[in-house]
Design a protein around this ligand. Structure first.
Ligand code: DAK
Length: 256
């Protein structure tokens, strides 16, 4: 891979976008590399949590404007569909995903963060959907995921104005879970370690229950939740977790 790298630390994978000369902008080559890497991650049962971050002063400064500038309508649509498909694949990973937003997360960069389960922002993070300032709409599902996350009015304000907001404002509107004073990647790794200590199947099923029930009524979601809850009782880790509690010991989860 030329613009992406992955480092594995136990069950935690750290994916770094590395095209700093273009502030990690997503060109076609990077998108294709991401697509292939997500396929690898999806089948890697040793990974429980995946963190995404950027090299240098940007997380991702958006889709590559220079590459997009020459697209015609048909090519533009195809480029958007490609990005949507890849980000959907990211969103549907079994693993917990975390965006460690270290700097600019604009346009497609903000949209990639939106496809993650959790988002943390460093103090220097700048986020936004500036597409309308370039004569286009958000194209990698920003117009769909942003309103669901921060509400219709706030999403419309960000998208219609194209303004960039700082980390504190992003936290206030629920765009990120938290602003981190120190190193945002280290903080994301700490969160990942906390998650890693828990029963892997229970975390995975919790994510599935939340995501598959989201947008449904509570009653509909309850059916899904009951199914996943029941499945946990077929796992060794449920027995391990409960007997460790009863015997006042620390559980030793095995992910089975
Ligand atoms: N694409 C290409 N190159 C970029 C880039 C980008 N998004 N962002 C930065 N760069 C490049 C700059 O051109 C510059 O390269 P050189 O000129 O040195 O060759 C280098 O990175 C350093 O950038 P700056 O010199 O501009 O750095 P500054 O610190 O002064 O400014 C900045 C940082 C982030 C404020 C500024 O670079 C900036 O405004 N960048 C563009 C941010 C932006 O507008 N992002 C949104 C992109 S639009 C769709 C599909 C997809 C999309 C939409 C529709 N469909 C098909 C429907 C997605 C759209 C987007 O993401």
């Amino acid at each position: 891979m030329n613009h992406l790298r992955i480092e594995k630390r136990g069950a935690v994978g750290i994916v770094t976008f590395s095209r700093p000369e273009a502030l990690n902008a997503l060109n076609l080559e990077t998108l294709k590399e991401l697509d292939a890497l997500l396929d690898e991650i999806a089948t890697d049962s040793t990974l429980g949590i995946v963190i995404f971050t950027g090299e240098g002063k940007a997380f991702i400064a958006g889709a590559d404007i220079k590459e997009m500038s020459v697209l015609n309508a048909e090519e533009g649509r195809a480029f958007g569909v490609l990005g949507q498909r890849i980000f959907y694949k990211l969103e549907r990973l079994d693993q917990v995903t975390i965006a460690a937003v270290n700097g600019f997360a604009l346009g497609g960069g903000c949209e990639l963060a939106l496809a993650c389960d959790l988002r943390y922002a460093g103090a220097k993070a700048k986020m936004g959907q500036p597409e309308v300032t370039l004569g286009i709409t958000p194209g990698f599902s920003g117009s769909q995921r942003l309103p669901k996350l921060i509400g219709l009015a706030r999403a419309k304000e960000l998208i219609f104005t194209g303004k960039m907001i700082g980390a504190v404002e992003a936290e206030q509107m629920g765009l990120v879970n938290k602003v981190v004073d120190g190193d945002v990647l280290e903080y994301a790794i700490e969160v990942a370690s906390t998650i890693e200590r828990n029963a892997p199947l229970a975390v995975k099923y919790s994510k599935k229950a939340i995501d598959s029930g989201y947008g449904q009524t509570v009653n509909e979601g309850n059916v899904l939740e009951a199914g996943f809850f029941g499945l946990c009782f077929a796992s060794e880790d449920q027995k391990e977790g409960m007997s460790a509690f009863i015997n006042k010991q620390k559980p030793n989860f095995k992910g089975i």
